[in-house]
Design a protein around this ligand. Structure first.
Ligand SMILES: CC(C)(COP(=O)(O)OP(=O)(O)OC[C@H]1O[C@@H](n2cnc3c(N)ncnc32)[C@H](O)[C@@H]1OP(=O)(O)O)[C@@H](O)C(=O)NCCC(=O)NCCS
Length: 296
């Protein structure tokens, strides 16, 4: 088990800078002290520790108005490729969101570009070349799209990235999470990407958006309550009421905590959810999805 913590004491800060130097400066024969800069005093520092208190990762966020820079990110070699780097980026991003940041920027080492790409960053240009030999790329991530989300926006962001990565058609359909309040979960689709020959939304896309929206609510609440399991759809019925000519939004509501709890005891859970899809303001489809959550 690893935890993201803020270095507080002198000793913790020393250990934090020491790891920064060891991972990011020492391999390039840079002296002690080169791992710090003039923004450290005002920046947000995070580190990751294991169960025994050993430091395994570091990362820094420097906020300037509605923009923030991620810098000095590193994970010890033995702990890489286990998702710790991703968790560190998420932790820094969460701080940024809480402070009203709208855009994250960074200079990523060339070999770390795919990693940041998976974290939602896009390359926008060339960056500096450190120590005369490490080329960087400038990368940015806009935080505006889920900025309006009231509850756990970082989880919504994570879910949206998972959907786009693991269910590529959801990206083609333009499905985006637009609200989560802890009980209400809402997505929107891109009408133009889902048109049928009548210039309204394809029925299969309506079904998919509804099914994914119900699935999403369950996933969000499982994450919130620290539960794990595979969510599969057992069956689903849909009633189409009117053609979807306008932006499709799908909405589902539920507080699932009690119903999900048997997962903790390794029991399978069944949940039925009603999802409504709107065409603009008008109710256009009503979907009932029956999901089964299989404990890991
Ligand atoms: C870049 C760096 C911070 C990433 O940290 P990390 O802990 O390895 O990151 P993650 O484990 O979250 O992701 C790394 C890869 O492992 C994969 N991965 C994530 N979780 C995984 C898991 N549970 N099991 C297997 N693989 C996993 C990811 O898909 C990712 O692949 P990608 O590189 O193609 O995107 C780390 O490699 C590092 O410290 N590098 C040296 C310093 C550096 O370059 N810092 C960045 C300066 S800009």
């Amino acid at each position: 088990m690893y935890r993201v913590v803020t270095p507080q004491t002198e000793a913790e800060l020393e250990a934090y800078y020491q790891l920064r130097w060891q991972l990011l400066r020492k391999p390039w024969q840079q002296p002690l002290g080169s791992e710090r800069d003039e923004f450290d005093e005002y920046a947000h520092h995070r580190m990751m520790v294991d169960n025994n208190g050993n430091l395994v990762a570091v990362g820094r966020l420097y906020v300037s108005g509605d923009e923030a820079q991620i810098r000095f990110m590193a994970v010890v070699p033995d702990c890489r490729d286990q998702g710790l780097g991703t968790r560190m980026v998420q932790a820094l991003e969460q701080v940024a969101r809480q402070l009203g940041v709208r855009r994250l920027v960074m200079n990523a080492r060339e070999e770390a570009v795919p990693f940041y790409g998976r974290c939602g960053f896009t390359v926008v240009g060339e960056g500096p070349i450190s120590f005369g030999k490490i080329p960087h790329r400038q990368m940015i991530k806009a935080l505006t799209s889920i900025h309006q989300i009231r509850h756990r926006p970082e989880l919504c962001d994570e879910l949206q990235r998972q959907w786009h990565r693991r269910i590529p058609i959801s990206e083609k359909m333009g499905i985006k999470i637009i609200q989560y309040t802890g009980s209400r979960f809402k997505t929107k689709g891109n009408l133009t990407a889902n048109l049928n020959m009548h210039e309204s939304m394809f029925a299969g896309s309506i079904y998919s958006q509804c099914a994914l929206t119900g699935w999403g609510l369950i996933w969000m609440q499982m994450q919130e309550f620290g539960l794990s399991g595979d969510i599969v759809q057992g069956s689903g019925d849909i009633k189409f009421m009117t053609p979807v000519w306008d932006e499709p939004t799908a909405e589902v509501q539920g507080r699932l905590r009690e119903r999900l709890m048997p997962l903790q005891a390794g029991e399978r859970v069944r949940i039925e959810l009603n999802v409504t899809l709107y065409s603009g303001e008008q109710k256009a489809a009503s979907f009932t999805g029956r999901y089964v959550i299989l404990p890991h």
